[in-house]
Design a protein around this ligand. Structure first.
Ligand SMILES: Cc1ncc(COP(=O)(O)O)c(C=O)c1O
Length: 446
């Protein structure tokens, strides 16, 4: 597009955030939320709502998708969380087919009431052994595992000390469990220590859970887990680490930052998801005693009162673990890391700021939400499918493009993605500057 030829984009579609609608007021619960749809729809009408897309094919390196207004597009796919491309691995698809023939397609109950299957029982053992923990317990999703582990163990008079950027599943688990929630500065061991000191000086009776992630997927960074575990030991606190994004994809043998920092088997509670590197929906909590497992099985509601993982999911994840820990898994991780480094290098060479450390989530800083929406609008036409992360998912004015790398991306896919980001950014920047100057002219003329 040439300067001045942009179709009119109303300022309201570039301003505001979902946060504006979170605390809706009014007696009618449904009437008071209508503003959100109005704002969302304005964005949708102007091609500025890049969420709720659906996929028309498997989530491969190139795929076809449609936006939630029905618009079709095809492009290189950096929007799927299938880091090792196991979702379409032949051995996993075969395992799923075989288990359908044997068990049907449904778990038919929670794990407490015969919803577990031979496959899920085997998978729990596999996960515990993989992480060098005593036990593991399956949950219907990673969300349920994270939220359920906290809510299952923490009581209202206990304390939760949590990284300020922890995933909503962890924050909502804490909010449902306890009154006393303390957020420490992102990845700051010192700030965490300050809270623990303060809490223990006033309360030696109640429990403390310290919560963090091994890889933060909006910033691609990792805390000093060993230092946090040492703090927990010092202050009689229980340590929970969510490994959703690095397990399988990073670290020695695919065991993530916990293994890289020499902590296998030492963290009190390890919570994870199968949805990133293990080819299925589902999640787990790994713990260091049978006592903890049995307690969570019955006192963590998403495990006790929600249907168990289907045998299809359990068998698929089991096969994924076998691949992850074998030579093929290592080869896939090597390919993935090569792709990550290649993408990051090309983006930096093109002048972009790429956040954090190398991981499967490559976040490209954009800044203002309005600019980021205009950039994201151009990605599909430039041939790239990638996600936009904006406030409140990330800090205000720290919007970013989130590219999720897979082992199966080729050099050409990566080159195409970088070209698309460059084109979308240049066009978005030009339109954003033009809109800003038009608005200033209008303001100057009263
Ligand atoms: C840190 C973290 N925990 C939990 C989850 C939820 O996992 P699932 O998709 O399996 O529900 C996610 C998903 O993005 C996550 O990033």
């Amino acid at each position: 597009m040439l300067k001045g030829t942009f179709s009119y984009t109303p300022p309201a579609a570039l301003a505001g955030s979902a946060r504006d609608y979170r605390h809706a007021r009014g007696a009618d619960l449904l009437a008071r939320i209508e503003g959100f749809y109005k704002w969302q729809n304005l964005r949708r009408q102007h091609g500025l709502w890049p969420f709720s897309r659906s996929i028309d094919e498997r989530p491969g390196a190139v795929t076809a998708a449609r936006d939630d207004a029905g618009g079709h597009f095809r492009g290189v796919n950096f929007a799927s969380e299938d880091y090792l491309n196991l979702a379409s691995h032949p051995a996993i698809r075969q395992a799923a087919h075989e288990v359908i023939d044997q068990f049907g397609v449904h778990s038919a109950g929670p794990a407490t009431l015969m919803g577990a299957s031979a496959h899920s029982v085997r998978l729990e053992r596999k996960i515990a052994d993989f992480l060098d923990m005593e036990e593991a317990l399956l949950f219907p999703t990673g969300w349920a595992a994270a939220c359920g582990a906290i809510k299952g163990l923490v009581r209202p008079s206990d304390h939760v000390v949590m990284d300020a950027l922890a995933h909503p599943s962890l924050k909502e688990g804490a909010a449902a469990a306890a009154r006393n929630i303390f957020l420490f500065r992102h990845n700051s061991v010192e700030d965490c220590r300050r809270w623990l000191q303060q809490i223990r000086a006033a309360d030696a009776q109640n429990g403390i859970m310290v919560v963090t992630e091994s890889l933060f997927s909006m910033d691609s960074d990792t805390p000093d887990l060993a230092a946090l575990q040492a703090l927990c030991d010092e202050f009689n606190a229980t340590f929970l680490v969510d490994v959703a994004h690095d397990l399988g994809a990073l670290g020695p043998g695919g065991r993530g930052a916990i293994a890289a920092q020499g902590l296998l088997g030492q963290v009190d509670l390890v919570v994870g998801s199968f949805s990133k590197s293990f080819a299925a929906n589902g999640g787990f909590v790994a713990c260091r005693s049978r006592e903890a497992k049995e307690y969570l099985r019955f006192f963590s509601s998403p495990c006790a009162f929600s249907s168990a993982l289907s045998p299809i999911q359990a068998a698929s994840v089991m096969k994924a673990f076998e691949i992850v820990e074998g030579a093929e898994g290592q080869a896939l991780r090597d390919q993935l890391m090569g792709n990550i480094q290649n993408l990051r290098r090309q983006l930096v060479e093109a002048g972009f700021e790429v956040l954090g450390e190398p991981s499967a989530v490559v976040c490209v800083k954009v800044g203002a939400e309005g600019l980021a929406r205009l950039v994201a609008r151009r990605l599909p036409e430039a041939g790239l499918i990638a996600n936009l992360a904006e406030f409140p998912a990330v800090r205000k004015d720290h919007a970013r493009l989130r590219l999720q790398v897979m082992a199966g991306h080729t050099e050409a896919n990566i080159r195409d993605a970088v070209e698309a980001v460059k084109a979308a950014f240049a066009g978005g920047r030009e339109e954003f500057d033009w809109l800003t100057s038009e608005r200033e002219k209008l303001r100057a003329h009263g």
